[in-house]
Design a protein around this ligand. Structure first.
Ligand code: ARG
Ligand code: ZN
Length: 875
């Protein structure tokens, strides 16, 4: 907690540590209000200077330097301890006491459902003991855990179990040894009365690894999918990356109170239970996919994060961008790469683009921070993954894997930088990738302006590209691969023939598909023998994280949507058509004129829906309306109500005009087979539930929606029906919501959905609904999932409610954020997101949003997490 302006950390100030820790022995005597931590470190001097250890909220009991008490010589302040040490090599033994029971910030050692658990990344270890809490200090850890046996059946930490036994007074102990050097952010300890599910995995080199998932006893039936996902992850990392697991045991623990998704602690991953627990009655396809992806993500960190870690936190994207890229590829290989790519692009545009256009905009390698936890962002993670994908696109799978191999050869066991990663990619392939640096240090989403010039006499087509960054004076051009093709006016692919001058920058991947290598701010690519009226297919596969501008006609978009060989471009073309339609309607509503749905929109939608050869999941994604947030992004000033109105109008138009087809599709996709998490069933449900959401607009199909709800077939279908019922105020929606609650009141993850459903429903009483839910007995500010389900969803997705003209939505959120800041700063800071975009609203709303931010910032005891975001967005 701070009153004065807090300390800012800068990348340019990086200095290696003056001391190293060769090994550390930790002993925990667990007790909810007084846990005693004994920390013995074998230390060695590396450079001149006093010893400075990080430590926060610790009660210091003793400090022994080679057995001699030196507590009196220590200078203690709120961030750590300083001690002048003359020796080169010494043992420092520090005893502290902490109160896990009162730790509501969920950082360090805390309690969740009467169990003990830790979260140390980024800087939580300093809330457990005094330490060199920085990722470039690697040490070998041994951990002894002592606790009451009846309340803590399992005592877990990193590595292998080397000793255990009973003690006096009903206590017992366990000793864990992790042979791999690691930074303290990867430390973990868990204790409590959990239940475990066991399995094994045999590595490619024939070692048997024990797999254990620990959950609360009531959840023991919901672990199967997580275990399958873990085994698939291990196999995939062997097959695709040649990476094998390196300990005898791999453990996952699911907890209900967790600030983020999950954490890759060495050998002992700790997960938000949302990303472990599933059965068809309680979890949707999206949940199943999320579990598989997050289990993969954390498992993949064992190599990209743990074996090779970050030198400092400014390098976070080194492990996160790379590991997100890996988990994206994993999901693509497990399900459908085309569908996965579109899902990721949609997420990037709806969440990362706005972040990059707002006051918190930062490069994937930030240059400074006040609170590191604020930089676990869509930019560092998702844009970071896009940048890793650029290497993959430029080098191809084989070249990329060569780069990975060299990266591990050079850096296994080290803490390195994004530059080291780039050098490995470049050196392994004998290419120069220096220009990639510009992606790491510049913020903002690049604009890519493309124009065409066709010469009918020579039949040459010139594609001119111009790249730029918004609000950047000294913009440095980036290396941009642009996936490219041409369609003739019938939609047939055109054979690509770059001119001699262009050939150097055009990499042909097939006769009809190329990658244009854009390296300059302005650059042209010329093709020969191009038929008249050819349509360029641009940015295939979303080959770079940019905003593409090109003056397509509606007819050209319709052609691309129907015919392009690239599924991303087909999706994108249709989405652009739909977006244009919403925008035209917005303009018409704003100037009170009439506007009719263009016929080509209906025609292409009809033909897509009729195309039986296309994956139903792709059809569903193509015919889903662009998200409200993404539509808002297109405007300088967002007119929330009108956008919502236009969006609803288009939904109703598509519902009406295609009613018969939606019905056919719906009935074609209904499937009574037992739920399975597989590509075909997921795709079928996706399309069926899209059809249902359109049919739900029309009162004559109310019984169909109700029937799907009542069938209670699986959570994907139940939730889709319920969502549609709430959105269109189905006469039975209140009753359904009630029955849903009664059935699932003991299942936290399902009750989160119940809160979300209501918080996201946009209507005139959205605010009152949310306010009432704040008073519900199941609401609590101390559970992050619950907070996200209600307040996070309301402020991010309920645009109509949050942006109410009277400011009551802002006021309610501001009050909750202030209360939450006193309990859990990390989550409070996250909830500020929607407020940071105040510049995008009309003047009256701007003023009210700024007032809310100011009020939050002025709170006595404001955390540095909230301080950083509120102050930067008001500046
Ligand atoms: N390393 C974790 C992951 O992405 C995230 C941990 C973030 N924790 C935090 N407190 N910011 O897998
Ligand atoms: Zn991660």
């Amino acid at each position: 907690m701070t009153q004065t302006a807090p300390h800012v950390n800068y990348l340019k100030d990086y200095q290696p540590s003056a001391f190293s820790i060769e090994s550390v022995y930790l002993e925990f005597e667990l007790s909810p209000l007084a846990t005693r931590v004994t920390n013995s470190m074998q230390m060695q001097r590396q450079a001149k200077g006093d010893l400075r250890l990080d430590g926060e909220n610790l009660k210091l009991i003793s400090v022994l330097l080679d057995g001699e008490e030196v507590i009196e010589q220590c200078q203690i302040d709120e961030a750590g301890l300083t001690l002048a040490v003359a020796k080169e090599k010494f043992t420092l033994r520090i005893v502290t006491e902490i109160e896990p029971q009162n730790n509501t910030a969920l950082e360090g050692l805390y309690r969740t459902s009467d169990n003990y658990c830790t979260q140390c990344e980024a800087e939580g270890f300093r809330k457990i003991t005094y330490y060199l809490d920085r990722p470039d200090v690697l040490s070998v850890f041994t951990t002894k855990v002592i606790a009451d046996k009846s309340e803590n059946r399992f005592l877990l930490a990193n590595g292998n179990l080397v000793d255990s036994g009973d003690l006096d007074n009903g206590k017992h102990f366990a000793v864990w040894q992790d042979p791999h050097k690691k930074p303290c952010y990867l430390f973990a300890l868990v204790a409590g009365n959990l239940e475990k599910v066991e399995d094994t995995f045999t590595t490619a080199d024939g070692r048997e690894v024990k797999l254990e998932i620990f959950v609360e006893p009531r959840n023991i039936e919901k672990c199967e999918h997580a275990m399958e996902s873990l085994k698939k992850s291990m196999k995939w990392d062997e097959e695709r990356f040649g990476l094998l697991y390196d300990l005898d045991i791999f453990m996952i623990v699911a907890v209900d109170d967790f600030n983020m998704g999950a954490m890759e602690n060495k050998g002992l991953n700790v997960f938000n239970s949302k990303f472990v627990l599933a059965k068809p009655e309680t979890a949707t396809d999206i949940d199943y996919e999320g579990i598989e992806a997050v289990i993969g993500h954390e498992y993949f960190h064992n190599w990209t994060g743990n074996r090779v870690t970050c030198r400092d936190w400014f390098q976070l994207t080194l492990k996160e961008g790379l590991t997100v890229f890996r988990d994206q590829e994993f999901t693509a290989d497990m399900l459908s790469s085309a569908v996965k790519r579109i899902e990721d692009v949609r997420r990037l545009r709806s969440n990362q683009f706005p972040e990059d256009a707002g006051p918190m905009s930062h490069p994937i390698q930030p240059q400074s921070y006040i609170e590191m936890n604020n930089f676990y962002t869509m930019t560092v993670y998702e844009k970071g993954a896009e940048v890793v994908r650029l290497y993959h696109t430029l080098l191809g799978e084989t070249g990329f894997q060569k780069g990975m191999q060299l990266y591990f050869e050079r850096h296994d066991g080290q803490a390195v930088t994004v530059q080291d990663f780039r050098n490995a990619m470049a050196d392994a392939n004998g290419v120069n990738l220096e220009q990639m640096h510009n992606w790491y240090v510049q913020s903002g989403t690049p604009n890519l302006e493309v124009t065409r010039n066709y010469d009918a006499v020579t039949q040459k087509l010139t594609i001119s590209c111009q790249q730029s960054l918004p609000n950047s004076d000294d913009f440095q051009p980036m290396l941009m691969p642009i996936g490219f093709g041409l369609l003739d006016k019938e939609g047939e692919p055109v054979t690509l023939e770059p001119t001699f001058e262009s050939a150097a920058n055009v990499e042909l991947r097939s006769d009809t598909h190329a990658v244009l290598k854009l390296t300059q701010a302005q650059q042209s690519f010329v093709f020969e023998d191009v038929p008249a009226d050819a349509v360029p297919s641009l940015l295939r596969g979303f080959s770079a994280p940019v905003k593409l501008h090109f003056d397509y006609s509606n007819q050209e978009l319709a052609l691309l949507a129907a015919k392009d060989e690239d599924s991303f471009v087909r999706w994108e073309a249709m989405q652009t058509l739909l977006l244009r339609t919403v925008q035209a309607k917005v303009a018409a509503l704003q100037s009170c004129i009439d506007y009719q749905l263009p016929s080509e929109v209906i025609e292409v939608a009809r033909s897509l829906l009729a195309a039986k050869e296309i994956d139903p999941a792709l059809v569903a994604m193509t015919l889903s309306l662009p998200e409200l947030g993404y539509i808002g992004e297109q405007y300088e000033v967002v007119d929330v109500d009108t956008i919502y109105q236009a969006h609803s109008w288009l939904e109703a138009e598509l519902a009406n005009h295609m009613q018969g087809q939606w019905l056919d599709v719906y009935h074609r996709c209904v499937n009574d087979a037992p739920y399975q998490y597989d590509k075909a069933q997921i795709a079928e449900r996706m399309l069926k539930n899209l059809a249902l959401s359109y049919l739900g607009v029309l009162s004559e199909h109310q019984s169909l929606v109700l029937k799907q709800y009542q069938a209670q077939h699986n959570m994907t279908d139940v939730l889709a029906a319920l969502k549609t019922m709430l959105k269109h105020q189905h006469p039975r929606s209140v009753e359904a919501l009630q029955s849903f609650y009664e059935r699932w009141q003991d299942d936290n993850l399902v009750i989160d959905k119940w809160f979300t459903l209501q918080a996201q429903t946009q209507n005139d009483h959205a605010l009152q609904t949310t306010q009432a839910l704040l008073q519900h007995k199941d609401f609590s500010l101390t559970n992050p999932n619950r907070v996200r389900s209600l307040l996070g969803v309301f402020s991010r997705l309920n645009l109509v409610g949050f942006h109410r003209a009277d400011g009551a939505g802002y006021q309610m959120c501001a009050e909750q954020i202030m209360q939450l800041d006193a309990l859990n700063p990390q989550i409070a800071a996250r909830l500020l997101g929607p407020f940071t975009h105040w510049k995008r609203y009309d003047e009256k709303r701007q003023q009210m949003m700024r007032n809310a931010l100011q009020q939050i910032l002025d709170r006595k005891g404001v955390s540095k997490d909230v301080y950083e975001i509120a102050s930067k967005s008001l500046a």
